[in-house]
Design a protein around this ligand. Sequence first.
Ligand SMILES: [Ca+2]
Length: 268
Amino acid sequence: MLRKFYVRNLICAIAAIALVLSLIMLVLLNNWPVNTTSLRYTYNIVNVYPHDENAFTQGLVFEDGVLYESTGLYGNSTLRRVELETGNILQLYALQDQFFGEGITIFENMIIQLTWQSHRGFVYDKHSFDLIQEFNYATEGWGITHDDSRLIMSDGTATLYFLNPETFEKVGQIEVYDNGPVTGLNELEYIHGEIYANIWREEKIAIINPETGQVKGWIDLGGIQGSESQEPNNVLNGIAYDAKENRLFVTGKRWPQLFQIELIPLNG
Ligand SMILES: [Ca+2]
C-alpha cells in the first residue's frame, strides 16, 4: 500500500517536472519577447483627394510630386503614375493577365513591383515604365519598400525579408512581434528609420523597428473611410510618404478617397 502510494507520488512528481520543462521549452522555442511599450496613435485628416474606385490598391509610393500605384486582381493589374490632387492617371502599364500585381517601391531610377503568387518580380524604368528586368523569389509577394541599401518585402506572414536591390537575393529577415507574432503584414513604407505596415483586413498600421522586428507603435485608422464600403475585400492598403513636405498618405482597395493624415499620440 505504502509502496503504491510512493510510486503514484513519484509519477505525479515526474509528470509535474515534465510539464514545467515543456512549458519552459515552449517559451524558449517561440522566443517571442513580450512587448508592453508600443505607442498608440489616432489620426487627424489633413486633406482628402480623389482615388480611382477601380484601383485594387496593392502598392503606393509618393515621389517627384506624384503618386505611383500598383493594382491587383488577375486581368486587371497595373502600374500607374497618378496626379495626387485629381486622382487622374498620368501613365499606365498593364500587366499580363496571369499576374496579380502587389507592392511597389522606387529604388534609384527603378520601380520594383511584386506579384502575389507567381514568385515573379518586375523592374521598370521609373520614367518610361519600360520593363527592364524580371526576378524570382520563393515566397508570396505582398508589400515592398526599402531602406538606404536593401529592399524590404512582406509575404502576408509575420516575416519581413531584406533583399539586395541589385541581385534580389535575400540578405536577411526579421520576425515582427508585439505580444506574439504580428501576421498579415501587407503594404509597406519606410519612414525615418521605421517600417510602416498595413495589417491585412485590419484598419491598423504597425510601426516596426527594422533591427528587431518589435512593433514600436500602432496607428488606429478605424472609421477613416466611414461605413460606405460593404465589400470585405476593400480594405485599408496603401501607405505613401512625401519626404520633402513630410506628408503621410493612406488609401485602400477600391476606396474612392485617398487621405493625407497626421498622427496623434494617445499615450507616452
Ligand atoms: Ca508604400
